[in-house]
Design a protein around this ligand. Structure first.
Ligand SMILES: [Zn+2]
Length: 375
């Protein structure tokens, strides 16, 4: 059996805006963040800090920044490969942070994608590239053309990360979905409260009263303003996909993280964790939408999640065909677990028969499209 890890990241800090340190380190006073920003952005300084710090990963929020800082995408990819048997394949998910409200990117998004193409040249079979779409980038028609261009250049799927500040039903995504449905192109969309969120100074009005390309019968969306990191939970609720799925019922869509959040108790949530998890599960089992999946990335570090999932696999064996394996490398370093601990721990937890479905059989179905044939 070949292992497919359907959710990994290899972007570096160069691909993020300067304000990115806010994530994971937001509890630090502004002046410390400012200082870190100045120091950490100098690579030699960070290397020195890593040498002096005996346990760099002891600082929860800093760990993934250090990985992103010290390496090129290609080095991060090589590190990831080391944890898996030869021949394993990895879905690599880039992010376009241009609209997250933290200022300009250090390198343009197109350059990040070009660098990924270079990585794929070195590992043509093992590295499966997805392209992130942020609808604010362009018009409905141009967003489709943008995706088409990268699929033709060897990308295998589409990534969405709605808490950056857009809803799945954004009218500028309609043509992208049409293309994806026609060509069976897989989409991985972030579905978990917490994590990276829109960090602009004010919430745009369009967030509070958004337009949908397929408004539900009589339904209108109206959300109350809240602190950014809390408000952005509205972007991830699985119900936000109903408008999309009604129009594109055959869409091949994967809810990343299975709706499970890893928010600590001190942070307010809008929705109960169970509500999102159950919402995803309900959609996966809905026969009107045969091509929906969920991945277990990041959530798999939480034993409560694995326990819940195992119980649901037993109660609903059909669910075993709807879930794909992924880890969220290298975001998971925040939990002080190595990739091996995550991957091998989960494999032992669910057993070989289920692991084979999640890591091989289901990904083969999920990833195969007019542009890519998984084997
Ligand atoms: Zn991720």
């Amino acid at each position: 059996m070949r292992i497919y890890n359907c959710h990994t990241h290899i972007f570096t800090l160069e691909d993020t805006p300067e304000g990115f340190l806010k994530y994971g380190l937001g509890f630090l006073p502004d002046w410390v963040l400012e200082l870190l920003k100045r120091l950490v952005l100098k690579k030699w300084m960070a290397r020195l800090a890593l040498k002096l710090l005996r346990k760099p990963y002891a600082v929860k929020g800093l760990s993934f920044h250090l990985v992103g800082l010290l390496s090129t995408s290609s080095q991060v990819f090589r590190n990831l490969q080391k944890f898996y048997p030869p021949g394993s394949r990895f879905v690599v998910l880039p992010l376009n942070f241009a609209h997250v409200g933290l200022g300009d990117l250090k390198v343009p998004y197109a350059q990040q994608l070009d660098e990924l193409i270079q990585v794929k040249r070195s590992f043509p079979n093992d590295c499966l590239l997805f392209v992130h779409i942020d609808p604010r980038e362009d018009t409905n028609e141009n967003n489709r053309k943008f995706i088409e261009k990268y699929l033709e250049r060897g990308f295998s799927g589409i990534k969405m990360y709605t808490p950056l500040g857009y809803y799945p039903f954004d009218p500028r995504l309609e043509e992208v979905y049409r293309l994806a449905e026609e060509k069976a192109v897989p989409i991985v969309s972030h579905c978990s409260q917490g994590g990276i969120f829109y960090a602009g100074k004010e919430l745009p009005k369009s967030f509070l009263r958004p337009q949908s390309f397929n408004p539900q019968a009589g339904g209108k969306y109206e959300f109350e303003a809240a602190k950014n990191e809390v408000f952005c939970d509205h972007f991830v609720h699985p119900e936000r996909y109903i408008d999309v799925l009604e129009k594109f019922p055959k869409l091949k869509l994967c809810f990343a993280h299975f709706g499970w959040d890893t928010i600590e108790h001190r942070r307010k949530r809008i929705y109960h964790r169970k509500e999102l998890y159950e919402g995803v599960k309900k959609l996966l089992l809905d026969e009107r939408y045969p091509n929906l999946y969920a991945d277990i990335s990041y959530s798999l570090f939480d034993k409560k999640f694995s326990k819940q999932l195992k119980a649901d696999f037993e109660a609903n064996p059909a669910l075993q065909d709807k879930v794909v394996f992924g880890t969220d490398y290298f975001m998971t370093l925040q939990e002080k677990l190595t990739e091996s601990q995550l991957y091998e721990g989960f494999r032992a937890d669910v057993g070989e028969a289920i692991f084979t479905k999640l890591a091989y059989e289901n990904p083969k179905r999920f990833l195969t499209s007019a542009y890519y044939r998984a084997s």
